[in-house]
Design a protein around this ligand. Structure first.
Ligand code: SF4
Ligand code: SF4
Length: 432
């Protein structure tokens, strides 16, 4: 039997065992699990993975490549948590198991190399990320991206197809340190910027800040904040996730804000988990975190004056609906835009297959999971698909192109911003 840091009786094994004990083997999580739906294998289901975790913690199952592969194949979508009547915290258990896979050196190959390059070499370094995205934007503007990609290996070509168009220079411009509330002030909030959002979805970040200010919130962009560490935690790099959580706690502690508002579901779920890394200070930060849709819905949206005539299908990001329990808020907000008709497809809370960088590390399973989503969306043929997470937006856009849908894929806050009139286009206008 493989021995190592989590041999039975160690602290790591005890943590894994504790998190697996609540499972009563009822199987209610199986029908919602994308990898079980795809494979039909018990071992690739939530119940199967909990069984494996408990077995390795008790020492009755060898911690080998089979266990490591099953933990890697899981999308971490946490649909099983929503379905579970017994309160199994599957996301936390998965992170523990993946950290153990890393400690034992059980992962290698292309997936691991992509992860290491992206998560250690690029994502936490804003200057490198910015330079890389600028190069991509230049290649796109010169029309060189596609010819260059044709020279790349097939596996890389498929993965690169997921990259969005780089936003304009204005949309990638840094956010002001403070955007004052418009009209009666309802609070002072910190805006969580993140790492990928300002580079590939800077237009969404600017829209979020404008919408918050128009709803009466002073918006503070706290200096010193950085990546949320979600991708690191899910890849088993608990040390780096801990370091990043510490940095964000310090930045928002110093900002003196009532709430920390997030417009990326994956980042929001990770910040809400900060207490796992930093008991006390992390829990304090976690308690203030709100998704932008949740805050606006709770505060009461100020009616946007514009109208958008469109059939809009809202698709739930897993880390918002399953990770943070936010389901109604974004739908209620969209319904308040005059002209919007909300339509629903048959499986809005199922994973789209993006799952952080899963679509890069497990392209075949990701593509199969996306296929189910796109067929459900095609059946309702919306004008617009709205989803509040950058990874989901990229994946759904790739799906729209692949399946020939006509829908535009946007963040819900972009629709709200449009209904408020968007940015002022006057050259000397103030921020709003
Ligand atoms: S997190 Fe998602 S993919 Fe993983 S076991 Fe749960 S439902 Fe299945
Ligand atoms: S729903 Fe919960 S208790 Fe039931 S098998 Fe799945 S993880 Fe175990």
């Amino acid at each position: 039997m493989s021995q190592g840091p989590s041999a039975p009786g160690t602290l790591e094994a005890t943590r894994i065992l504790t998190k697996s004990l609540d499972c009563v083997h009822c199987g209610l999580c199986l029908p919602v699990c994308p990898t079980y739906r795809e494979t039909g294998r018990e071992m690739s289901s939530p119940r199967g993975r909990v069984y494996l975790a408990r077995g390795v913690a008790e020492g009755s199952i060898a911690f080998d490549d089979v266990v490591a592969d099953e933990m890697g194949l899981c999308l971490g979508c946490r649909a099983c948590e929503t379905a579970c009547p017994s309160g199994v915290q599957f996301g936390a258990l998965l992170d523990e198991m993946r950290a153990e896979v890393e400690r034992r050196g059980l992962r290698g190959g292309l997936a691991k190399r992509i992860e290491t390059l992206a998560l250690r070499g690029i994502v936490p370094h804003p200057a490198r990320l910015r330079a890389l995205v600028s190069l991509l934007g230049l290649a796109q503007r010169l029309g060189l991206d596609r010819p260059l990609l044709r020279l790349a290996p097939a596996a890389l070509r498929e993965r690169a197809a997921l990259l969005p168009r780089v936003p304009s220079k204005a949309d990638r411009a840094p956010l002001p340190a403070l955007v004052p509330a418009v009209g009666d002030k309802r609070g002072r909030v910190g805006f969580f910027v993140g790492c990928i959002m300002p580079e590939l979805f800077g237009d969404v970040s600017h829209a979020t800040v404008r919408v918050l200010a128009r709803n009466g919130f002073d918006v503070v962009v706290a200096p010193g904040q950085g990546c949320c560490g979600a991708l690191h935690a899910h890849a088993g790099d608990s040390e780096r996730a801990n370091e990043l959580a510490r940095r964000n706690v310090t930045a928002f502690d110093a900002a003196g804000v009532d709430m920390v508002v997030v417009d990326s579901a994956g980042c929001g779920a990770a910040l809400r988990d900060a207490g796992r890394w930093l008991p006390g200070t992390g829990e304090r930060l976690a308690a203030t975190v709100r998704d932008v849709s949740e805050l606006l819905d709770a505060a009461g949206l100020r009616s946007p004056p514009g109208r958008i005539d469109a059939r809009v299908c809202y698709d739930d990001p897993c880390h918002l609906v399953h990770g943070q329990g936010v389901y109604e808020a974004p739908r209620r907000l969209l319904e308040q835009i005059v002209g919007v008709r909300l339509v629903s497809h048959e499986d809005p809370t199922a994973c789209c297959g993006a799952a952080g960088i899963y679509n890069l590390t497990h392209p075949a399973m990701s593509s199969a999971v996306l296929g189910h989503k796109m067929r459900a969306l095609a059946a309702v043929d919306p004008d617009v698909i709205a989803s509040g997470n950058p990874g989901c937006i990229m994946q759904l856009r790739a799906g729209v192109a692949r399946f020939g849908l006509r829908a535009q894929v946007v963040h819900p806050v972009e629709l709200l911003d449009r209904a408020y009139g968007g940015p002022s286009r006057a050259p000397d206008a103030p921020y709003l």
